[in-house]
Design a binder for this molecule. Sequence first.
Ligand code: FES
Length: 117
Amino acid sequence: MSENLKATLLMSSHKLCEGQSKGFVIDDIALFIIRHQGRVLAYRNSCPHRNVPLEFLPDQFLNQDKQFIQCATHGALFTIENGLCISGPCNNQSLVGLHVKEQDEKIYCTIAQPIDP
Ligand code: FES
């Protein structure tokens, strides 16, 4: 089976301020984006500990001081830069990163779509 890369428009750039995160479901894939130090990063919304969504409240993916991504279920903390768990039951495991880009004041996520042969 091969793959096709499809860029999906998520939102306007100006609606995601520094330190904000936002969740989406695109083609049945739950994901979230974060603006951190001016850049936008994207990860699948699935904790490597139990494969459950990370957030307890909508669009709340960061811990209180906004220094780490946090899983609301058992409190695992992940670095924003690369999704590595540095504290919690899935220590040293990582979130799955996704391709994201900003172009013409819009944020796009690129998700690999399987193509049936
Ligand atoms: S499900 Fe995320 S830390 Fe347990």
